[in-house]
Design a protein around this ligand. Structure first.
Ligand SMILES: [Fe+2]
Length: 308
């Protein structure tokens, strides 16, 4: 086994099931007239960018595979089934067929244990994969022709505190980076999180009626813009320091840890991230954001040099 694996990109890859519904893929049972185009076009730009770098594996950390004890990874080579969003079963009934990179899952399990984390390899063949992981994987690579690694979100921020949850995710990110290095593979990390997460409680008669779609309120918008500003200026350490307050003020879905896991895996980059799109879905804030690690990690280009 070679030891020169690389993270080629990190992505904030939100998972509103509406974006899958709006795209009408053959795997999803409900049909739509479209909707949320700006976010979907942003995902198309992301696809062009990451797929051109020929990744061997996509890793996804999802808030909707929540584990009470420890961090779990999928440990069988193939999972097939029907994933239904429990809140929006009329929008997301997706027939998935996923190839898993069991070798990398196992390495993450090993490296996490070395860091003192509680880890488990999940080998139940009937396990139903959550809609968050499937949505982010579909939107990043609709062909599903690249194996994936699915990582659960541990419940520590909910049982203990935002800060304890973040610490866990920093260690999990470091373990993930070591595992990728050992694997010899070219990896893309998908942090499957929305941003501000206050949302409407009733739905328009036509779910994709874009005349009804807007951010929940101005305060949520301002929070999202402040967080995106930190990303675009390469201030990821400051960003992570701000996240516990963002979680409380905006009910931000980053509480489940995917963003911190991803930034930790990347070593808290100081180069600017690329925002491919920002938009609301049932009032929540969502951004498709890419850290082009392949290009920038060669010489850790600073934001001031990029913008000069
Ligand atoms: Fe979610």
């Amino acid at each position: 086994m070679s030891h020169d694996g690389k993270i080629i990109a990190g992505v904030l890859a939100p998972h509103p099931p509406h974006l899958v519904y709006a795209s009408n893929p053959p795997q999803n049972e409900p049909r739509s007239e479209g909707g949320w185009e700006v976010l979907r076009w942003g995902y198309e730009r992301l696809q062009k960018s990451i797929l051109a770098k020929k990744p061997d594996v996509l890793l996804v950390h999802s808030p909707h595979w929540m584990t009470t004890v420890g961090h779990h990874v999928l440990g069988l080579p193939h999972f097939k089934g029907l994933s239904v969003d429990p809140i929006f079963p009329h929008l997301f009934r997706f027939h998935y067929d996923l190839k898993i990179d069991v070798e990398l899952s196992t390495l993450i399990h090993e490296e996490g244990q070395k860091s003192g984390l509680i880890m488990k390899v999940m080998k139940n063949p009937d396990f139903r994969i959550d809609y968050g992981a499937i949505t982010s994987c579909y939107l990043a690579n609709p062909a599903f022709d690249i194996p994936v690694v699915c990582i659960s979100s541990n419940n520590s921020p909910y049982y203990f505190s935002n800060e304890v949850g973040q610490q866990q995710m920093e260690r999990l990110g470091e373990a993930t980076a070591r595992a990728i290095a050992r694997s010899g593979k070219r990896a893309v990390l998908l942090a499957s999180n929305s941003m501000s997460h206050r949302h409407f409680t009733s739905e328009p008669e036509i779910p994709e009626d874009m005349s009804k779609e807007h951010i929940y309120h101005h305060g949520q918008y301002l929070w999202d813009m402040e967080i995106l500003k930190l990303m675009r200026e390469g201030r990821s350490r400051e960003l992570v320091d701000c996240l516990p307050e963002f979680m409380d003020m905006a009910l931000a879905e980053v509480k489940a840890g995917a963003l911190t896991w991803m930034l930790s895996s990347l070593g808290f980059p100081s180069y600017p991230a690329e925002v491919h799109a920002y938009g609301s879905v049932i009032g929540t804030g969502n951004a498709v954001v890419e850290w082009d690690h392949w290009t920038h990690a060669q010489g850790e280009v600073k934001v001031s040099e990029v913008r000069a």
